[in-house]
Ligand binder design. Structure first.
Ligand code: NAD
Length: 283
């Protein structure tokens, strides 16, 4: 059994991205810039977003943070996004989810310019993803695909079961796996007999946000298990998988923390550089 080291994978990607940014900066005298819009988030989210911004700065991406209070009006968030869309110095925009209830997520998602949409919020980009164009695939699904690739795990022809169908993780990940010739099953809260599905998985991906949901008896011998979940239990961060027991059965498994999370951040940096190249490098 191999415990996949997400931090190591992430630091390799960050090193490569840093080098690429240095080369781009030397040639175009500009740095990629990522704007983050946070509206009324809880304290752990604010800490996470700040840390992520600092990590971007460390590899040469300018990070602009826009922290808005919980009661910000929808029209003001839209106005800010409009300004960021029109600002030539901003190359990537990420709107931190979830948004407060009084703000229409659909309107906000549609407002982010598709060229700057580094986490695939805009429906145009998810449509592109469905048609096989992954230019602006969302960062967490991208991280899962990268982890599988870097670990030498074949996707083609495999039975892949995803637990979770959210707009930002399960659903786009299913599309990306189909793009790579996997046979994909997507489970969710209304799935009957979850275990009946998960037991068939060569690759099992848990993205439900439910601690200890995936137990040993739900996993096939030698399956690859990727845990996307982030849950806080007794002040500790845990995933969706009962790691200690499932690891004995899996051939590969990602831990939480230290698995998908760090690679997701590395993917955000990579996507920001891709967006920069599309906007600045016109040769
Ligand atoms: P979400 O709440 O939007 O969606 C959860 C999905 O899981 C839903 O489709 C729901 O139907 C399904 N689900 C929930 N409980 C289930 C159960 N008991 N059985 C079957 N299906 C169930 O969440 P999300 O935004 O997709 O995030 C999922 C998890 O991944 C969360 O823990 C989140 O914190 C984490 N996450 C991690 C990263 C990362 O970088 N590692 C990034 C994004 C989200």
């Amino acid at each position: 059994m191999v415990v996949i080291d997400g931090k190591k994978i992430a630091s390799g990607i960050q090193e490569d991205t840093k080098k690429e940014i240095e080369e781009l900066k030397a040639k175009y005298h500009q740095s990629p810039c990522l704007a983050t819009v946070v509206t009324g988030a809880d304290d752990p989210t604010k800490v996470y977003v700040k840390k992520r911004g600092k990590m971007c700065e460390e590899i040469g991406i300018i990070s602009k943070m826009h922290s808005l209070p919980e009661d910000t009006k929808e029209k003001d968030v839209l106005e800010l996004i409009g300004k960021l869309n029109n600002d030539e110095k901003i190359h990537g925009i990420i709107v931190q989810l979830p948004l407060p209830k009084h703000i229409d997520k659909r309107k906000i998602s549609e407002a982010v310019s598709p060229e700057k949409d580094v986490d695939c919020l805009n429906p145009l980009n998810i449509g592109r993803l469905a048609s096989g164009d992954e230019t602006f695939a969302p960062c967490t699904p991208k991280a899962v695909i990268t982890i599988l690739g870097k670990s030498g795990i074949e996707i083609r022809g495999k039975e892949v079961v995803i637990v979770g169908r959210s707009r930002i993780v399960g659903r786009p990940l299913a599309l990306m796996l189909i793009n790579r010739d996997a046979t994909v099953t997507v489970c969710h809260t209304k799935t009957k007999n979850l275990e009946g599905h998960t037991k068939n998985a060569d690759i099992l991906i848990a993205a439900a946000g439910s601690p200890n949901l995936i137990k040993e008896n739900m996993v096939k011998e030698n399956a690859v298990v990727v845990d996307v979940g982030i849950n806080v239990v007794n002040n500790k961060i845990v995933g969706d998988v009962d790691f200690e027991n499932v690891k004995n059965k899996a051939s590969f498994i990602t831990p939480v923390p230290g698995g998908v999370g760090p690679v997701t951040v590395a993917m955000l940096m990579k996507s920001t550089v891709e967006a920069f190249k599309q906007q600045v490098v016109r040769e």
